[in-house]
Design a protein around this ligand. Structure first.
Ligand code: ADP
Ligand code: MG
Length: 301
């Protein structure tokens, strides 16, 4: 198959590994920078051009679209869908998963366990909002944060109100969440491909740190999942409409709760912690599913 990875940087570990895994399995692998694609939008024959030439004969795409280029990146992915090219993670699913509030609302509606979470635009009723999520201690998060930046543990009601006011004063959108203390500074990354968790790792925050992000000095190891954790991860990916997803869980007293569903989960940490060929499993999934016109939305929505 001719498989294109939509990625800005061919040197990234995840991109390199997928090129390698695809090549090993006999595929013609290409890395395409979505920001260098340009397109014609016509009802007759939509096309994509890249570096001066029309892109032809692509059988499947693997979008690896960074958060900062979601808007243009999903437009490029959607154009491929319009052309009938198989997209392993559909553009609508990527947009959906990038919107934290929308994702949490969708997951909650389908009965997935989530930390009790509140959000508000106005700070007028911060005190009441904090009460709604069960009071202190609580976690306040920037909606746009990554790598643990903008995730604050507020141990008292007063601290919570101050943090909310400070973030809102900078016009940042936030959410307030019950603090899952019993997770003990660890979370579980479940790597889902299709209807299976193909690899899972536990990330543990460094001593004295409640955030488990590897960027914050956390460490990772292979995780053994309970059947409930497995099914929560698989169902969450399906609800989002993602075939490839990183589902982050916290182990709470009331079972697994989902923090986030990531549409471009990194391969480096998970392959190192589990010694699994996750890139190869993604390629195998595409071999089975990647028939022309199989993308369900065909660029709709
Ligand atoms: P980011 O998107 O920046 O990684 P997360 O929401 O994943 O932000 O939070 C970073 C880390 O903080 C998580 O991996 C987890 O270890 C910890 N954490 C986040 N929310 C909670 C919570 N409600 N209770 C306990 N720990 C949390
Ligand atoms: Mg995270």
């Amino acid at each position: 198959m001719k498989i294109a990875i939509l990625s800005r940087n061919p040197k990234l570990y995840s991109t390199r590994r997928m090129v390698e895994a695809g090549t090993e399995r006999g595929h013609d692998m290409h890395v395409i920078d979505p920001l260098r694609c340009y397109m014609t939008i016509a009802s007759q024959r939509p096309t994509i051009h890249y570096k001066g030439e029309e892109l032809l004969g692509v059988d499947a795409i693997i979008p690896r679209i960074g958060a900062s280029i979601t808007f243009y990146g999903t437009a490029v992915a959607r154009q491929f869908e319009m052309m009938g090219v198989y997209n392993v993670n559909e553009s609508v699913a990527i947009s959906r998963s990038r919107d934290k509030l929308r994702s949490m609302q969708l997951l909650a509606r389908k009965g997935i366990g989530l930390p009790v979470t509140g959000f508000a635009h106005s700070t007028l009723y911060s005190k009441d909002l904090i009460d709604l999520v069960g009071g202190a201690p609580m976690v306040v998060k920037l909606l746009e944060g990554t790598q643990g930046i903008g995730v604050v543990l507020a141990e008292t009601q007063k601290a919570g109100e101050s943090v909310i006011d400070a973030f809102r004063g900078l016009n940042a959108d936030i959410l307030v969440q019950e603090f899952i203390k019993e997770a003990q500074g660890a979370d579980i990354r479940c790597f889902v491909v299709g209807d299976k968790v193909v690899a899972a790792m536990k990330r543990q925050g460094k001593e004295g740190e409640f955030r488990s992000n590897l960027h914050r000095g956390g460490s990772s190891s292979i995780a053994r999942l309970t059947p409930e954790e497995r099914s929560t991860a698989v169902r969450s990916a399906r609800i989002m409409g993602l075939n490839v997803a990183g589902v982050d869980l916290l182990r709470s007293n009331h079972g697994p709760v989902v923090m986030e569903v990531n549409s471009s989960p990194g391969l480096e940490g998970i392959e190192a912690a589990t010694e699994k060929n996750v890139a190869g499993l993604i390629i195998q999934f595409i071999e089975k599913q990647g028939k022309p016109g199989k993308t369900r939305t065909r660029g709709q929505g």
